[in-house]
Design a protein around this ligand. Structure first.
Ligand code: G3H
Ligand code: 13P
Ligand code: ZN
Length: 322
C-alpha cells in the first residue's frame, strides 16, 4: 500500500478508542525497528521527521528509507509526517517532497498569527492532498534546539480551540495538557517520590482534554512529549558510563487513558533514543574490543522493535488495527 494520510486512521482511532503511534525517525535502524514492530503487530503507523532529522540525514534519504519500509511492509498503512514544521517554506518543501502530512508549529506566536500561518499551510497542503496538524498552547522541554522552560510553557486554553480549528481548517490539533519534550520532563521539585524513591510526575490535565473534546466533537487531538522514559533504559545508560539523573516521563497508564478519549496521535521519540543509546552503551561495556557498527546497531534495533511493540499493544491500543 502506498503512503497514506492520517485522515482515515484518525477516524478509526477516534471511534475505536485507541491512538496511532507517531515515532520520530532519523536513520535506517530506527525506521526498521519501528516498522518491523508495526508489521508484526499489524498496526498503522506515523513515521515523523523533524527539522533536525532533515538537517542530520537529508530529506531525500529519509523519504527513501520510509519508501523502503513501505515496500517491505505492504500490509500496514504508513504516514510520512513533518514534525514541528517551523514555517511555511519547510512545510511546502515536505508537501512537494513526498510527505502525506505536515505539522505547522506556530504555537509560540500570538493567537492571530498562529491562525494566519496555519491557514496558509492548510490551503497549500489541502490543494496537494496533504493533511495538517497544528498546535495551540506550548509544551516545556527541548525540541529542535528550542528550549522552553516550565515557566514559559502554557496549557492550551479550551475556549480558543473552536475558533482556531474553524479559521485554520487544520485536520488535527496538538494540545498542551502537561506533557513535555525530552527525557527530563519534570524537575524533582515538580514531582513527588513513591515508596521506592522513584519520582512520580504531576498528573496530566485531563480536565483540559475533556473541555477541548467537548468543544471539538469527533476532532482528532494530538499529544506531543509523550515518552515515558522507561527506567530500565535510564538504568542501562547510567550503569554503562552515562549520566542521566532523575530522567522521568509520562506514566503509560495516563497515555493509555488519553488514547481511549479523543487523542488519536501520540508522539514518542525520546523513549526510542534511550533504548538505542542504552543498548549501545551496554554493548560497548560488554565488548570493548568490538568496532563493527552492524554488531552494536543490531541489538539497538532489536530493542527499539521490542519497545515499539510494547507501546502498540499496551499503551496505544492500535495493534491489530491495520
Ligand atoms: O519534539 C521533538 C522531537 O523529539 C524531535 O527532536 O528536534 O531533536 O529531532 P529533534
Ligand atoms: P518525547 O520527547 O516525549 O519523545 O516527545 C516527542 C515529540 O513530541 C515529537 O514531536
Ligand atoms: Zn513534539
Amino acid at each position: 500500500m502506498p503512503l497514506v494520510t492520517s485522515a482515515e486512521m484518525f477516524k478509526k482511532a477516534y471511534n475505536g478508542g485507541y491512538a496511532i503511534g507517531a515515532f520520530n525517525v532519523n536513520n535506517m535502524e530506527i525506521v526498521q525497528g519501528i516498522t518491523e514492530a508495526c508489521r508484526e503487530e499489524k498496526a498503522p503507523v506515523i513515521l515523523q521527521v523533524s527539522k533536525g532529522a532533515r538537517a542530520y540525514a537529508n530529506h531525500t534519504y529519509l523519504v527513501k528509507l520510509v519508501e523502503a519500509a513501505v515496500i517491505e511492509c505492504p500490509e500496514i498503512p504508513v504516514v510520512l509526517h513533518l514534525d514541528h514544521g517551523p514555517d511555511f517554506e519547510t512545510c511546502k518543501a515536505c508537501i512537494d517532497g513526498g510527505f502525506t502530512s505536515v505539522m505547522i508549529d506556530a504555537s509560540s506566536k500570538p493567537f492571530a498569527e498562529n491562525i494566519e500561518i496555519t491557514k496558509k499551510v492548510v490551503e497549500y497542503a489541502h490543494d496537494h492532498g496533504v493533511v495538517v496538524e497544528a498546535e495551540l498552547g506550548s509544551l516545556a522541554g527541548v525540541e529542535d534546539e528550542v528550549k522552553v522552560s516550565a515557566e514559559d510553557s502554557s496549557y492550551t486554553r479550551p475556549e480558543e480551540v473552536q475558533e482556531f480549528v474553524e479559521k485554520t481548517g487544520c485536520d488535527s490539533l496538538a494540545i498542551a495538557i502537561g506533557t513535555s519534550h525530552g527525557a527530563y520532563k519534570f524537575t524533582a521539585e515538580q514531582c513527588t517520590r513513591n515508596e521506592k524513591g522513584i519520582l512520580v510526575p504531576p498528573p496530566l490535565r485531563f480536565d483540559i482534554l475533556e473541555e477541548v473534546s467537548k468543544r471539538l466533537p469527533g476532532f482528532p487531538i494530538v499529544l506531543h512529549g509523550s515518552s515515558s522514559v522507561p527506567q530500565e533504559y535510564v538504568k542501562m545508560v547510567n550503569e554503562n558510563g552515562g549520566k542521566m539523573p532523575d530522567a522521568v516521563g509520562i506514566p503509560e497508564e495516563q497515555l493509555r487513558k488519553a488514547a481511549t478519549l479523543s487523542v488519536c496521535k501520540i508522539n514518542i521519540d525520546s523513549d526510542l533514543r534511550l533504548a538505542m543509546t542504552g543498548t549501545i552503551r551496554q554493548f560497548f561495556s560488554e565488548h570493548p574490543d568490538k568496532f563493527d557498527p552492524r554488531e552494536y546497531l543490531k541489538p539497538a534495533r532489536a530493542n527499539i522493535k521490542e519497545l515499539v511493540k510494547h507501546k502498540l499493544v499496551d499503551v496505544l491500543g492500535c495493534a491489530g488495527k491495520a
